[in-house]
Write a protein that binds this ligand. Sequence first.
Ligand code: ATP
Ligand code: BTN
Length: 326
Amino acid sequence: MHETRLNLLKALACGAFISGTELGEICGVSRTAIAKHIEGLKELGINVYSVKGKGYKLSSPLSLLDKKDIFKNFDSLQHSLTPSLDLSVLTQIDSTNTYLKQHISQLKSGHSVIAESQTAGRGRHGRKWVSPFASSIYLSMYWRFGTGYQALSGLSLVIGLAVVDTLTQIGILNAQLKWPNDVYVNMQKIAGVLIEVEGAVGDAAHCIIGIGLNVQLPDDIDGIDQSYTDIQSQLGVPLVDRNKLTAILLNNMHRIIRTFEAEGLTPFIHRWESLNVFANKNVKLVTGNQSIEGICLGINTEGALRMQVNDLQQTFHGGEISVRAI
Ligand code: ATP
Ligand code: BTN
């Protein structure tokens, strides 16, 4: 983002009215230039009001990403096993997963990228992930698993647990998981996980682990065709500190990935099943135009979904399958 525009946004982030003259002084430009940059902020999807005689104001305060603040928060957490952070903070990008894929040959395991907004955020099966400015966490981490591709079917499940742990630590105690990649609170989607793997079967697996976690979505949001929620509305607070949140999430990801790398899915199965949003419920599994109905039982050691279908226990492996309530 243009430096003046970023300084302008930082000045407005508190959510108070600030006059054009004062903003001009803060940013070192004229009032007319401020008016132009305000239009630029609006183009990014940021709601800025202007009231004659009062100046400019954001529709609600924003917690902007700040690398130093993320590091400070990370260092204050208990993480004796976690190495220091390796993180890029971006203003706008097509998709943080795509960004890591494009830089994969230069990356070290654990390198992460976080962005204020995504212009082409992706979910599974090429679906769109709605990614407005400063409203969520759009985070991707690169991890190289020496054990190869087959060991990774449970990865999206354990990353879901890292998100639930993070929500628990900030006071949201009722998050649940939907197989294979979604996090729900009060039956509404709050986060999604997108794992992309590069590398042949048997070789090292180069994984891009993407998380979209809604923090304070604007009211006038378009393009989400299911029930959703965000941290701010669940906690009922005016502002969520996204730097602290990012530090907690990164710490949980490091901790959980390291255990998963060493011990696989087994140590996580019981906890995942206790958080299963469809535990013992009737569901349908949808693939293309096929649909199978049954009772959702849980997961196996490979991360496959266990279902009771017509008195028989069956397992279903990820990929194209979606689970839906009936
Ligand atoms: P499944 O993973 O079971 O196939 P899903 O419908 O959740 O189901 P995903 O590909 O996981 O599909 O997620 C993409 C979907 O998530 C989009 O089609 C949209 O409905 C929804 N979505 C997009 N952006 C957001 C967001 N910021 N918050 C919540 N939900 C979103
Ligand atoms: C889903 O529910 O299908 C997964 C959504 C994953 C969204 C995150 S946001 C950060 C990363 N970059 C992307 O383009 N997608 C993931």
